[in-house]
Design a binder for this molecule. Structure first.
Ligand code: PXL
Length: 282
């Protein structure tokens, strides 16, 4: 492998739940990259189906992070954002991209804000509108279906979907400006779950895996992290989506079989060896 890539990962830290930075750091590291982290908030757990979590907002630290990193003269091969706590944080990530993007930087935005037809705790449609501004700055966006329809101002529809529906959604998202849309939660039949990839030139690709019943928290972050890791390792976007899907679905399968509390996250760690092997080792 040639020189190591540095990826700025901009997400919260949720102490329990295996999402955001606690997923992004090990996965990007397994792909051989340096994860430079800008934590947006520190929580005791994620906010999905768990009450009583602590939340320490770090918005006021983000611009000083940018200024300090600027003063060091560091550059980034990738900028990868996920869960953001407020519209002000979204503005700051836009500023981060403006400050650090160069002609080789890949900007990946996961507009993490909703799933299963509803917004996460504390978010509303105004937040979705602001997130669409950040999506305009991305090279690759990685929404699930719920996030996609909220970005587009459409109603959520339950799966399974028709190909025409999915392709219309992906093409409308491309109109925001990213070069590539990777849409998760795609299912054309009951027993499958997968993703669609749509490029500016109209090329479309799908990958599918087996669907397991239940809600698996953090899997959007695990998918987007594995996709970002693979893409910055030089895999093309279709291969990256396939690898990310396999990695995420194997974690879901392991967790389903273990019958653990899915609110606490999926067992992705035991798939890291296979992920590294699929990337061609270190
Ligand atoms: O997995 C997305 C995510 C990340 N971070 C926090 C969350 C969620 C989803 O609920 O609550 C804090």
């Amino acid at each position: 492998m040639s020189g190591q890539k540095r990826i700025a990962a901009i997400h919260d830290v949720s102490g329990i739940g295996k999402c955001s930075l606690t997923a992004a750091i090990p996965i990007l590291s397994a792909a051989g990259h340096e994860a430079a982290v800008m934590p947006t908030a520190v929580l005791s757990t994620h906010t999905g189906d768990i009450t009583g979590f602590t939340y320490r907002d770090l918005t006021d630290d983000l611009v000083p992070f940018i200024n300090h990193w600027k003063s060091l003269g560091v550059s980034f091969d990738g900028i990868y954002s996920g869960y953001l706590g407020s519209e002000r944080q979204i503005d700051t990530v836009c500023k981060f991209i403006d400050e650090f993007r160069n002609e080789n930087t890949v900007v990946v935005v996961d507009p993490a804000m909703a799933d299963g037809g509803r917004m996460y705790t504390n978010f509303d449609l105004a937040f979705a509108r602001e997130m669409s501004v950040l999506c305009r700055k991305a090279d690759i966006i990685v929404p699930n279906i719920t996030e996609a329809v909220f970005l587009l101002g459409e109603e959520y529809v339950e799966p399974p979907y028709s190909k025409e529906y999915i392709e219309r959604i992906m093409k409308r998202l491309l109109d925001f400006g990213p070069e590539t849309v990777v849409l998760t939660g795609v299912a054309f039949d009951e027993g499958e779950i997968g993703c669609g990839v749509c490029l500016e030139n109209g090329e479309i690709y799908y990958a599918f895996s087996d669907h397991y019943p239940g809600t698996y928290y953090g899997t959007g972050d695990i998918f987007a992290s594995a996709l970002t890791g693979a893409y910055l390792r030089g895999k093309n976007i279709f291969e990256s989506a396939k690898l990310a899907l396999e990695f995420t679905c194997s974690a879901i399968k392991r967790t389903y079989e273990a019958q653990t509390d899915t609110r606490l996250g999926v067992n992705f760690e035991q798939g890291l060896g296979e992920y590294i092997k699929n990337l061609g080792g270190f």
